[in-house]
Design a protein around this ligand. Sequence first.
Ligand SMILES: Cc1cc2nc3c(=O)[nH]c(=O)nc-3n(C[C@H](O)[C@H](O)[C@H](O)COP(=O)(O)OP(=O)(O)OC[C@H]3O[C@@H](n4cnc5c(N)ncnc54)[C@H](O)[C@@H]3O)c2cc1C
Length: 402
Amino acid sequence: MHLPTQTDIAIIGAGPHALTLATHLLQKRSQMQEKIVVLDPNGFWMHQWQRLFSMLEISHLRSPAIHQPDPNPYALRQFAKHRLDELFSPHDLPGAKLFQDFCQTLVYRWQLQQQVHRALVQRITPIMQDRPCLSIALAGGKSLVAQRVVLAMGGGMLNFPAWVNKVSTPYPKHRLCHSHEVDLRQLRLRGERILIVGGGLTSGHLAVGAIARGAEVQLLSRRRLLEKWFDADPNWLNSSDCQEFVAERDWEVRWEMIQQARNGGSMTPDMMAHLRQLQQTGKLTLHQRCQVVKAEWLGDRWQVRCQDGAVLECDRIWLATGTKLDVTQNPLLADVLEEFPTGIVNGLPILDDHLRWQGCNLFLMGGLAALQIGPTAHNLAGARLASDRIVAALTRSSLVKC
Ligand SMILES: Cc1cc2nc3c(=O)[nH]c(=O)nc-3n(C[C@H](O)[C@H](O)[C@H](O)COP(=O)(O)OP(=O)(O)OC[C@H]3O[C@@H](n4cnc5c(N)ncnc54)[C@H](O)[C@@H]3O)c2cc1C
């Protein structure tokens, strides 16, 4: 479809957060459908999510079926009525294909397939037309003007440990990768030794996938592997911790509360059981409470030195070290930051109750909204909470079109 030069609402990103927002918005105001433009370099919904699940061969979600993009929390459960074998115990965790199929039905039901335009956003600039608007510059030189913009761009920048930049010997690119760059489906690893850095569920998926392809894996984590079902308890926002969080007006303290609630990466109990089995076969070695200080490419293999003096050798290093959110490092937001400087706590902006950037009609979803939404902000549970707040502002008649 032809990209308009003006729109009322532009949503940047076409992942589960954007889809949650769109369905919540249309449920409240179905006539707003024509006012939405969605921009994503992939050109269709859920591509990035689907890609990561396929690349890591993830069989099912970590969060229960109740957390999904439809406004009706039971919609996925109903959709799964004849596919109950795709709900994994003990928490009704949806299978990856079930979840993807369900999301596609939402795209069709809410007639959202035409809304997505293949476009990579490079910059958002506040401008004045009849009233304040935002100009969105796209790769390739095009641009459009939106009255309101919602940023639903997902995880942020890939996080690389400091020692990676200090590798002084040139090495083949595929020998040191971030987990987002590893496509298990493409790999044959028979006889290879792989070092996986990180203690979250992604490192578990990578270890299982690599061993299934004939590799031997060393999994190195900064602290003892932590076992819990959810990375942030989806019920957190119904708990007394939440009341404390909402009552807390010191943003730094809120940030600390988020860190404590998430408590870094963790493994699910079933992944942990799987890893223990692999450990017994000798295919997996766990190095816990261990940190890399230096890595050197010796021409045909890595030599890795750890803080405790251990020296490890391997053929590939995979970094399951997550992503980093920091608005000050995002070039897309540079003009907004300059025009409307706002408080920032460890990379997270202080937003208003509707998740709006102070001074302009830019709304943020996902991890960037964590100071308002709490520790589930980047998860599916957080997408619903964020949508409720943003939709309340977007449907307010006091906001007139530019
Ligand atoms: C492997 C994995 C499994 C996960 N499993 C779960 C789970 O089971 N349950 C749960 O609650 N959470 C889970 N999460 C956490 C979280 O829910 C997901 O990361 C989820 O994808 C976040 O949705 P999103 O829409 O914010 O981001 P994404 O799915 O990353 O979508 C963002 C979209 O923005 C687009 N985009 C990025 N930059 C630009 C730009 N400049 N211009 C235009 N578009 C852009 C991207 O192409 C992408 O399509 C998981 C995360 C990962 C990595």
